[in-house]
Design a protein around this ligand. Sequence first.
Ligand code: NAD
Length: 291
Amino acid sequence: MELLDGRALSKQIKSEIAKEVDLLKATGKDIPHLAAILVGENPASESYVRNKVRSCEEVGFESTLIRKDESITEQELLEIVDRLNANDDVHGFIVQLPLPRHIDPIKVTLRIDPKKDVDGFHPNNFGKMAQGLDCFLPATPYGILLLLERAGIETNGKHIVVMGRSNIVGTPISILLSRKSNVGNATVSLTHSRTKNLTEFTKKADIIIAALGIPEFLKADMVKEGVVIVDVGINRVEDSSKKRGYRLVGDVDFEGVGAKASHITPVPGGVGPMTVTALMLNTLKAVKMVD
Ligand code: NAD
């Protein structure tokens, strides 16, 4: 079994991005500037945003973190989005999800200028993605494509089973992998909570993308020998042996499935870092679009 090491690959791609930033600086061009809005104190969101800001520092981007209390109104948040849309110094920004229940995430996403939507969540970008047009690809699916491409995993003609149909992972990655393009041309089965006889699908899969958010759901008896596993899940499970009281596990039983797989992503250190790196690439693309 070979590890699909997202952490190592991210480091490599980030050093490539840093070189591009050096070139931008040397030629007097704008330095990419990513802003992030973080509402409330969700510990997972705090950690994701921290990683994003740290990555900006690593590649030489400017970053701005806008922290707001959970009590912020929807209108106040929309006004911040408007200000970022209008701010020429900011090339791209994200609103970290989930938002408090009184704020409609769809309304907020729709308000973001698609040209600055480096998370690729706006329907304008999503629609372009579906039609194979130039756009910001959603960060996690983009990170998965890069991981498969750089690891030399063939997708052409393969049967890929995607588990989970969220708008940010399952649905877009199923579209991307079935497109007529590089790291595409696969026959994709998109499975979800209503899928009957799931194991019949997973057992036939050459590649499985697990994005359902259920700790260690995919077991060894559900997959065939030699399968390629991309585990998107990030789940906190209680663990009193850890100082912080929990450990992170994916949606795949790493030990059991790993023993049968030809390639597998670890959690943490697989898709997570690739998502952040894809966000950096989108921000670099945003600044080039302005020039
Ligand atoms: P979600 O939580 O919005 O939805 C879960 C999906 O799983 C639904 O579409 C549901 O239909 C499907 N599902 C439920 N039971 C299923 C079953 N038995 N078989 C097949 N599908 C089933 O999904 P999400 O936001 O894409 O998150 C999924 C996981 O990925 C979570 O653990 C999340 O934390 C993680 N995640 C990781 C990254 C990353 O960068 N690594 C990014 C986004 C999400």
